[in-house]
Design a protein around this ligand. Structure first.
Ligand code: SF4
Ligand code: SF4
Length: 232
Protein backbone atom coordinates (compact mmCIF):
# COMPACT_ATOMS: atom_id res chain seq x y z
CA UNK A 1 0.00 0.00 0.00
CA UNK A 2 2.81 2.38 0.89
CA UNK A 3 4.55 1.70 -2.45
CA UNK A 4 1.41 2.75 -4.31
CA UNK A 5 0.93 6.03 -2.46
CA UNK A 6 4.65 6.76 -2.61
CA UNK A 7 4.68 6.28 -6.40
CA UNK A 8 1.82 8.76 -6.79
CA UNK A 9 3.37 11.22 -4.34
CA UNK A 10 6.56 11.10 -6.45
CA UNK A 11 4.50 12.19 -9.46
CA UNK A 12 3.66 8.93 -11.25
CA UNK A 13 0.53 9.36 -13.36
CA UNK A 14 -0.53 5.74 -12.96
CA UNK A 15 0.37 2.56 -11.09
CA UNK A 16 -0.15 -0.85 -12.63
CA UNK A 17 0.18 -4.08 -10.64
CA UNK A 18 0.30 -7.37 -12.47
CA UNK A 19 0.25 -10.65 -10.62
CA UNK A 20 -0.14 -14.33 -11.35
CA UNK A 21 -3.67 -15.47 -12.09
CA UNK A 22 -5.88 -16.06 -9.03
CA UNK A 23 -5.45 -19.62 -7.86
CA UNK A 24 -2.00 -19.84 -9.46
CA UNK A 25 0.17 -18.20 -6.83
CA UNK A 26 3.52 -20.05 -6.93
CA UNK A 27 3.95 -19.78 -3.20
CA UNK A 28 0.45 -20.92 -2.30
CA UNK A 29 0.10 -17.86 -0.11
CA UNK A 30 -2.67 -16.35 -2.22
CA UNK A 31 -0.78 -13.07 -2.38
CA UNK A 32 -2.68 -12.03 -5.48
CA UNK A 33 -5.96 -12.21 -3.54
CA UNK A 34 -4.47 -10.04 -0.81
CA UNK A 35 -3.16 -7.61 -3.42
CA UNK A 36 -6.53 -7.36 -5.13
CA UNK A 37 -8.23 -6.73 -1.79
CA UNK A 38 -5.64 -4.09 -0.88
CA UNK A 39 -5.99 -2.35 -4.24
CA UNK A 40 -9.75 -1.98 -3.71
CA UNK A 41 -9.04 -0.15 -0.45
CA UNK A 42 -6.31 1.96 -2.07
CA UNK A 43 -8.70 3.00 -4.83
CA UNK A 44 -11.19 4.26 -2.26
CA UNK A 45 -8.45 6.10 -0.37
CA UNK A 46 -7.18 7.73 -3.57
CA UNK A 47 -10.73 8.72 -4.45
CA UNK A 48 -11.09 10.27 -1.01
CA UNK A 49 -8.03 12.43 -1.73
CA UNK A 50 -9.49 13.52 -5.07
CA UNK A 51 -7.36 11.25 -7.27
CA UNK A 52 -9.09 9.34 -10.06
CA UNK A 53 -9.01 5.67 -8.89
CA UNK A 54 -8.66 4.57 -12.52
CA UNK A 55 -5.02 5.56 -12.20
CA UNK A 56 -4.47 2.39 -10.21
CA UNK A 57 -4.86 -0.91 -11.97
CA UNK A 58 -4.41 -4.55 -11.01
CA UNK A 59 -4.59 -7.45 -13.44
CA UNK A 60 -3.23 -10.94 -14.01
CA UNK A 61 -0.78 -12.52 -16.38
CA UNK A 62 1.28 -15.69 -16.34
CA UNK A 63 4.94 -15.78 -17.36
CA UNK A 64 3.99 -17.42 -20.66
CA UNK A 65 1.56 -14.67 -21.66
CA UNK A 66 3.91 -12.12 -23.17
CA UNK A 67 1.36 -10.78 -25.61
CA UNK A 68 -1.26 -10.37 -22.90
CA UNK A 69 1.31 -8.54 -20.77
CA UNK A 70 2.16 -6.15 -23.61
CA UNK A 71 -1.52 -5.54 -24.31
CA UNK A 72 -2.31 -4.84 -20.65
CA UNK A 73 0.50 -2.30 -20.47
CA UNK A 74 -0.52 -0.66 -23.77
CA UNK A 75 -4.15 -0.37 -22.67
CA UNK A 76 -3.18 1.05 -19.31
CA UNK A 77 -0.71 3.54 -20.82
CA UNK A 78 -3.36 4.73 -23.25
CA UNK A 79 -5.89 5.15 -20.48
CA UNK A 80 -3.42 7.19 -18.42
CA UNK A 81 -2.63 9.37 -21.44
CA UNK A 82 -6.35 10.01 -21.83
CA UNK A 83 -6.67 10.92 -18.15
CA UNK A 84 -3.77 13.35 -18.39
CA UNK A 85 -1.11 14.26 -15.81
CA UNK A 86 -1.81 13.45 -12.18
CA UNK A 87 -3.29 16.39 -10.30
CA UNK A 88 -3.73 18.59 -13.34
CA UNK A 89 -6.57 16.41 -14.62
CA UNK A 90 -8.14 16.31 -11.14
CA UNK A 91 -7.84 20.07 -10.63
CA UNK A 92 -5.46 19.59 -7.71
CA UNK A 93 -2.38 21.69 -7.15
CA UNK A 94 0.80 19.57 -7.31
CA UNK A 95 2.30 20.45 -3.94
CA UNK A 96 -1.04 20.08 -2.14
CA UNK A 97 -1.58 16.65 -3.69
CA UNK A 98 1.95 15.51 -2.90
CA UNK A 99 1.46 16.48 0.77
CA UNK A 100 -1.90 14.65 0.92
CA UNK A 101 -0.35 11.50 -0.53
CA UNK A 102 2.65 11.68 1.77
CA UNK A 103 0.30 12.01 4.75
CA UNK A 104 -1.64 9.00 3.48
CA UNK A 105 1.59 7.00 3.17
CA UNK A 106 2.37 7.78 6.80
CA UNK A 107 -1.04 6.41 7.79
CA UNK A 108 -0.52 3.02 6.13
CA UNK A 109 0.35 1.15 9.38
CA UNK A 110 -2.79 2.58 11.01
CA UNK A 111 -4.96 1.76 7.99
CA UNK A 112 -3.64 -1.80 7.84
CA UNK A 113 -4.23 -2.24 11.55
CA UNK A 114 -7.73 -0.73 11.47
CA UNK A 115 -8.74 -2.84 8.45
CA UNK A 116 -6.78 -5.97 9.24
CA UNK A 117 -9.81 -8.27 9.41
CA UNK A 118 -11.19 -7.13 6.09
CA UNK A 119 -7.78 -7.09 4.43
CA UNK A 120 -7.31 -10.72 5.47
CA UNK A 121 -10.59 -11.88 3.92
CA UNK A 122 -10.11 -14.66 1.44
CA UNK A 123 -12.83 -15.25 -1.17
CA UNK A 124 -12.50 -17.87 -3.89
CA UNK A 125 -14.35 -15.60 -6.28
CA UNK A 126 -12.15 -12.55 -6.92
CA UNK A 127 -15.20 -10.51 -7.98
CA UNK A 128 -16.42 -10.55 -4.38
CA UNK A 129 -13.63 -8.16 -3.40
CA UNK A 130 -15.10 -5.42 -5.54
CA UNK A 131 -17.12 -2.91 -3.52
CA UNK A 132 -15.71 -4.39 -0.31
CA UNK A 133 -14.97 -0.88 0.96
CA UNK A 134 -17.55 1.88 0.84
CA UNK A 135 -16.90 5.59 0.53
CA UNK A 136 -18.49 6.17 3.93
CA UNK A 137 -16.26 3.55 5.53
CA UNK A 138 -13.12 5.21 4.20
CA UNK A 139 -14.35 8.65 5.31
CA UNK A 140 -14.88 7.26 8.82
CA UNK A 141 -11.48 5.56 8.76
CA UNK A 142 -9.73 8.83 7.99
CA UNK A 143 -11.90 10.86 10.36
CA UNK A 144 -11.01 8.60 13.26
CA UNK A 145 -7.26 8.65 12.91
CA UNK A 146 -5.89 8.40 16.46
CA UNK A 147 -3.01 10.30 17.99
CA UNK A 148 -0.85 8.80 20.72
CA UNK A 149 0.21 11.04 23.58
CA UNK A 150 2.16 10.30 26.73
CA UNK A 151 0.67 11.66 29.93
CA UNK A 152 3.62 13.33 31.71
CA UNK A 153 2.01 12.75 35.11
CA UNK A 154 2.00 8.98 34.54
CA UNK A 155 5.14 8.24 32.54
CA UNK A 156 7.80 6.47 34.62
CA UNK A 157 10.44 6.55 31.89
CA UNK A 158 10.75 2.78 31.69
CA UNK A 159 11.72 3.22 28.04
CA UNK A 160 9.63 0.31 26.74
CA UNK A 161 7.64 2.41 24.27
CA UNK A 162 10.79 4.17 23.00
CA UNK A 163 12.56 0.88 22.34
CA UNK A 164 9.56 -0.64 20.56
CA UNK A 165 8.56 2.37 18.43
CA UNK A 166 9.33 1.35 14.81
CA UNK A 167 10.14 4.87 13.63
CA UNK A 168 11.99 6.42 16.60
CA UNK A 169 9.14 8.82 17.21
CA UNK A 170 9.53 8.71 21.01
CA UNK A 171 12.22 10.62 22.82
CA UNK A 172 13.23 10.11 26.42
CA UNK A 173 15.88 8.72 28.71
CA UNK A 174 16.24 6.77 31.95
CA UNK A 175 14.99 9.61 34.11
CA UNK A 176 13.26 11.65 31.46
CA UNK A 177 9.52 11.73 30.81
CA UNK A 178 8.95 10.37 27.32
CA UNK A 179 7.43 12.41 24.50
CA UNK A 180 5.89 11.42 21.16
CA UNK A 181 6.97 13.38 18.11
CA UNK A 182 3.59 13.71 16.38
CA UNK A 183 5.21 14.49 13.03
CA UNK A 184 7.16 11.24 13.03
CA UNK A 185 4.46 9.02 14.56
CA UNK A 186 2.88 6.57 12.07
CA UNK A 187 0.01 5.67 14.46
CA UNK A 188 0.91 1.99 14.74
CA UNK A 189 -0.34 1.92 18.36
CA UNK A 190 2.63 -0.12 19.64
CA UNK A 191 3.43 2.34 22.45
CA UNK A 192 -0.19 2.13 23.61
CA UNK A 193 0.00 -1.65 23.67
CA UNK A 194 3.34 -1.99 25.44
CA UNK A 195 3.12 0.68 28.15
CA UNK A 196 2.71 -1.39 31.34
CA UNK A 197 -0.79 -1.39 32.82
CA UNK A 198 0.51 -0.13 36.14
CA UNK A 199 1.60 3.09 34.40
CA UNK A 200 -0.99 3.34 31.57
CA UNK A 201 0.77 6.50 30.47
CA UNK A 202 0.09 6.33 26.73
CA UNK A 203 -3.25 7.78 25.72
CA UNK A 204 -5.06 7.19 22.47
CA UNK A 205 -6.78 10.39 21.39
CA UNK A 206 -9.45 10.48 18.70
CA UNK A 207 -11.12 13.69 17.63
CA UNK A 208 -9.44 15.80 20.29
CA UNK A 209 -6.34 17.98 20.18
CA UNK A 210 -3.02 16.60 21.33
CA UNK A 211 -1.72 18.53 24.37
CA UNK A 212 1.61 20.26 23.74
CA UNK A 213 4.74 18.50 25.03
CA UNK A 214 5.86 19.55 28.49
CA UNK A 215 8.83 21.95 28.68
CA UNK A 216 12.28 20.33 28.72
CA UNK A 217 13.06 21.50 32.27
CA UNK A 218 10.00 19.69 33.62
CA UNK A 219 10.82 16.32 32.06
CA UNK A 220 13.25 15.03 34.70
CA UNK A 221 11.78 12.39 37.01
CA UNK A 222 13.15 12.54 40.55
CA UNK A 223 12.91 9.00 41.89
CA UNK A 224 11.88 8.32 45.50
CA UNK A 225 15.31 6.97 46.52
CA UNK A 226 17.09 9.93 44.97
CA UNK A 227 14.74 12.27 46.82
CA UNK A 228 15.48 10.55 50.15
CA UNK A 229 19.23 10.67 49.50
CA UNK A 230 19.04 14.39 48.78
CA UNK A 231 17.00 14.96 51.95
CA UNK A 232 19.45 13.05 54.15
S1 SF4 B 1 2.00 4.98 17.77
FE1 SF4 B 1 3.63 5.02 19.28
S2 SF4 B 1 4.99 3.33 18.72
FE2 SF4 B 1 3.68 3.75 16.92
S3 SF4 B 1 4.84 5.20 15.72
FE3 SF4 B 1 3.55 6.41 17.04
S4 SF4 B 1 4.82 6.85 18.81
FE4 SF4 B 1 5.77 5.16 17.72
S1 SF4 C 1 6.19 2.64 28.32
FE1 SF4 C 1 4.83 4.04 29.41
S2 SF4 C 1 5.89 4.44 31.37
FE2 SF4 C 1 7.38 3.49 30.00
S3 SF4 C 1 8.42 5.25 29.06
FE3 SF4 C 1 6.74 4.71 27.71
S4 SF4 C 1 5.03 6.00 28.35
FE4 SF4 C 1 6.55 6.04 29.98
Amino acid sequence: MAFIFRAFSKGMDGVCIIGCWPGECNYATGGNYHAFNMVQLCKRLLEHEGVNPERLMIDWCSSSEGIRFANLIDEFSNKIKELGPLGEAEGLEGEQLRKKLEDLTKLVPYIKLAKKDKLALRFDDIERYKDLYSKEEVEELLREVPSYWIDPDKCQACGLCRRRCPVDAISGDKNLIHIVDQEKCIKCGTCYEVCPDRFAAVKKLVGEPVPPPIPEEQRVIVRKKAKEATAS
